[in-house]
Write a protein that binds this ligand. Structure first.
Ligand SMILES: Nc1ncnc2c1ncn2[C@@H]1O[C@H](COP(=O)(O)OP(=O)(O)OP(=O)(O)O)[C@@H](O)[C@H]1O
Ligand SMILES: [Mg+2]
Length: 370
């Protein structure tokens, strides 16, 4: 099939005019109020009306031009051609995509053959930006693939050991004890994964609802540290906290903030290295760029090996891990920072990460006080 873009010859040349014909003016005024790009194309394939959004999408001086030249993509042009030949009231759809160096935008283009009324005829071509819908769909597919993958590895281990216990290791009490211990560990990991997934979905479900409790951050930190005490002692970690004596109250959700501090400090312990120091600093600030009113900042710093800058932008994505093998070995699910991000968003706060290889990492959270 020949590319219709290459054949604009069947459109007789006509000097492009500055705007739509006078009889079309009311219709043009109407379409001017539509935020989506819309074109009215005549049976001769010329553009009769282009609203401002269409000019933004396809360029200036469209009226009088060939629609085939303005659209320039085979599928949308084919849809337009079919609409021109079709019975009034019929519509055809195609995907129209636009790639710029920074982003790809996908539109659903609809070519609707109008029933001739009051001198108005032709095909109404509209463009609806569906990029975010497609993006959400892609994220959903990735998420399901990731969850399945994460569940599959412990399940494979479990079925492997069950088979061994039913077969060769049936009468070996020593091996049995060892295998059962590994199986228990894998079961715990699956349990943690499901728990983290549930808490992520719970946080996401009420992300738009601002929390209303008055919460003391210093108290939240003490609660989180108490729960992490065994890990802190086991790894010989020194934890320091400054700024807790101030008034550190803010409007928040206590349980969620405990989870945030828990996840950040747990990471600092895990990735900061045994025997190191984890520093927590709370501070009240009268203002902060991008915030109205007073904020509370909490930084959690470790002395670990740090994070390469290329990983920083993706660190809060679900299941994103710098070293997945190592994280899994430590029982990590890769959901900790994704949960943190959603909770911070719900509190209308901001999380930033600073790190340099070999110099440790600092996770800074800024939360509005109310
Ligand atoms: N303080 C830190 N120092 C170095 N790397 C870190 C630090 N915190 C997080 N990371 C990196 O970010 C990744 C994602 O962290 P996240 O907390 O989301 O997952 P995880 O710790 O692997 O698993 P989980 O939190 O579920 O136990 C980690 O796997 C690790 O590679
Ligand atoms: Mg973690």
């Amino acid at each position: 099939m020949t590319d219709p873009v290459a054949q604009p010859a069947d459109v007789p040349p006509e000097p492009p005019s500055a705007g739509p014909a006078a009889s079309l003016a009311p219709c043009a005024a109407l379409l001017g109020g539509v935020p989506e790009p819309v074109l009215l194309v005549g049976a001769d394939r010329r553009i009769r009306i282009a609203n401002p959004a269409a000019h933004e999408l396809l360029g200036a001086r469209l009226e009088g031009q060939s629609a085939l030249l303005a659209i320039r993509q085979p599928d949308p042009i084919a849809a337009l051609e079919r609409a021109i030949q079709a019975a009034p009231g019929t519509r055809f759809e195609a995907r129209y995509s636009l790639t710029t160096p920074s982003a790809e935008t996908t539109y659903r283009m609809v070519a609707h053959r109008l029933a001739p009324t009051g001198g108005l005829e032709g095909v109404l071509v509209s463009f609806l930006d569906i990029s975010h819908v497609e993006e959400a769909e892609q994220m959903r597919r990735d998420f399901i693939a990731n969850v399945s993958h994460e569940l599959r590895s412990p399940l494979t281990v479990l079925s492997g050991f069950i088979e061994t216990l039913q077969g060769s290791a049936r009468d070996d009490p020593e091996a049995r004890a060892r295998f059962l211990e590994i199986m228990a560990q894998e079961a715990r990991r699956m349990n943690r994964l499901v728990g983290d997934l549930l808490s992520l979905s719970k946080v996401e479900a009420n992300e738009r609802v601002r929390p209303r409790e008055s919460v003391c951050m210093a108290d939240v930190i003490q609660t989180s540290l108490a729960a992490l005490r065994p890990q802190i002692e086991e790894n010989g970690i020194r934890v320091t906290l400054t700024g807790a004596e101030d008034d550190t109250r803010l409007q928040g959700d206590r349980d969620q903030l405990v989870q945030v501090v828990h996840n950040l400090v747990e990471n600092a312990i895990k990735y900061g290295g045994a025997g190191g120091t984890v520093r927590l600093a709370l501070a009240r600030r009268a203002s902060w760029p991008g915030f109205f009113g007073e904020v509370l900042t909490l930084s959690v710093s470790d002395e670990g090996e740090g994070i390469d800058p290329i990983h920083l932008p993706r660190l809060t994505e679900r299941f994103y891990r710098v070293d997945s093998h190592r994280s899994r070995q430590m029982g990590g699910t890769g959901l900790g920072l994704a949960i943190v991000k959603h909770i911070v968003n719900r509190h209308r706060g901001r999380l930033s990460i600073e790190s340099e290889r070999g110099r440790g990492s600092t996770f800074l959270m800024v939360l509005p006080r109310n």
